[in-house]
Write a protein that binds this ligand. Structure first.
Ligand code: NAI
Ligand code: MG
Length: 360
């Protein structure tokens, strides 16, 4: 019997509705070629359309609706013309990340064949690392407040929250990842020279975790020099683990060093597998190009490859990434405008799907 996976597809807004179908096209090609089945169910919530009709971003029972799926394949949410961004994001994507305890945000940073880096003198293969971002606590807490508003004593506080459970589990994930990679290097981002309570704690837990992974060469970089080195010497990184805020910044900076945001994928993972994990491109709904049919589908398709890896279909996942690279390198005629071409979303997505079927 072929393995079956249940996948919830949520296109969301804007170009999400254009790139998710291309992602699904490639996933189906991979399923047919590698002999597993995908039961895909599509949902219209987590979108401005849904909000306009229902006055909320998701149905009340969304946890029950999505909880039974093996994975969520997500496009992008946000349509500022109709719904303020903090409402749409906090009402959908951010709730899924928290309520489904997707405590790892994983973003590969890789210079693909056929994509030009904005950094000079870097070739495909030179840049190849992962950013592991803590996704549930840290600097993004809602603990704090304002007092004496509007007076001279106006005071604003927002606390960073680091729990031993929360810190250790994301560090463990990163060390496991590094241990399984050929270079076995790990860098943790810190700022313990300036942030003198929480960051020394983060360092302490990282140092402790390092003792359990003697094969991994681990060191730390302060966030300021780390950001500089992402640009100056990206080739030296293998796995970079960071708190929520630092990870957020690094995981945009990293992909930016490898070309267009249109190709960058991400995974929001619940490693305990109690809840479905969520796979989505790094980019948003791109209202400026939505509806034109020219969005780059590669970030969505590569996110699909990360989903296959998570589901245990490693060969299929590798084939999808290989197909992306081969097509981008060998077929400039199907590159979308962000990659310097003039092809459509459907043309690029279809070419990658055909390549998956044909074998790389
Ligand atoms: P964005 O990522 O949507 O767009 C930034 C720029 O990159 C735009 O010029 C856009 O045309 C371009 N771009 C993005 N994806 C592309 C693709 N696949 N192919 C070619 N070009 C691409 O970010 P922006 O404009 O800041 O946000 C737009 C909306 O998306 C907002 O409502 C925002 O809140 C939301 N958003 C949602 C995210 C998510 O669902 N995870 C992430 C980031 C933003
Ligand atoms: Mg960000």
């Amino acid at each position: 019997m072929a393995q079956r996976y249940r996948v919830a597809a949520i296109p969301g807004d804007g170009i999400g509705k254009e790139v998710v179908p291309e992602g699904l096209r490639c996933l189906r090609a991979a399923a047919d070629t590698y002999g597993f089945a995908l039961d895909v169910e599509e949902f219209g919530f987590a979108s401005a359309d849904y909000w306009v009709r229902h006055g909320r971003m998701m149905p009340e029972d969304w946890r029950d609706v999505l909880g039974g799926f093996d994975a969520i394949f997500f496009g992008a949410v946000g349509w500022p013309e109709a719904v303020p961004d903090h409402v749409s994001l906090w009402g959908s994507l951010l709730r899924m990340r928290r309520d489904f305890d997707q405590y790892v945000n994983l973003r590969p940073v890789r210079l693909l064949r056929g994509v030009r880096s904005p950094l000079r003198d870097h070739r495909p293969g030179d840049i190849d690392f992962y950013v592991v971002r803590e996704n549930t606590e840290g600097e993004y807490s809602s603990i704090g407040g304002r007092i004496f508003e509007g007076t001279e004593r106006e005071t604003v506080l927002q606390e960073t929250v680091m729990t031993r459970v929360g810190v250790d589990r994301v560090l463990r994930y990163a060390f496991e990842l590094a241990d399984a990679r050929p270079r076995r290097r790990l860098t943790w981002a810190t700022k313990s020279n300036g942030i003198s309570i929480s960051m020394p704690y983060w360092d302490e837990r990282a140092g402790e975790m390092a003792l359990r992974y003697p094969r991994v060469r681990a060191d730390k970089d302060h966030i300021d020099i780390l950001a500089a080195k992402f640009v100056l010497r990206p080739e030296q990184y293998d796995v970079v683990v960071a708190s929520n805020l630092f990870g957020d910044i690094l995981s945009d900076l990293g992909p930016a060093c490898t070309g267009t945001i249109g190709v960058a994928p991400s995974a929001n993972i619940n490693p305990d597998r109690r809840y479905p994990s969520l796979f989505e491109p790094v980019h948003g709904s791109a209202p400026d190009i939505a509806g034109l049919g020219v969005a780059d589908p590669v970030g969505q398709i590569w996110s699909g490859a990360m989903m296959l890896e998570h589901l245990g279909e490693s060969a299929a996942a590798a084939a999808v990434v290989a197909a992306i690279e081969s097509v981008l390198e060998e077929h400039p005629e199907v590159r979308t405008p962000d990659l310097g071409g003039d092809a459509t979303t459907v043309a690029l997505g279809s070419a990658i799907a055909r390549r998956i079927t044909a074998g790389a």
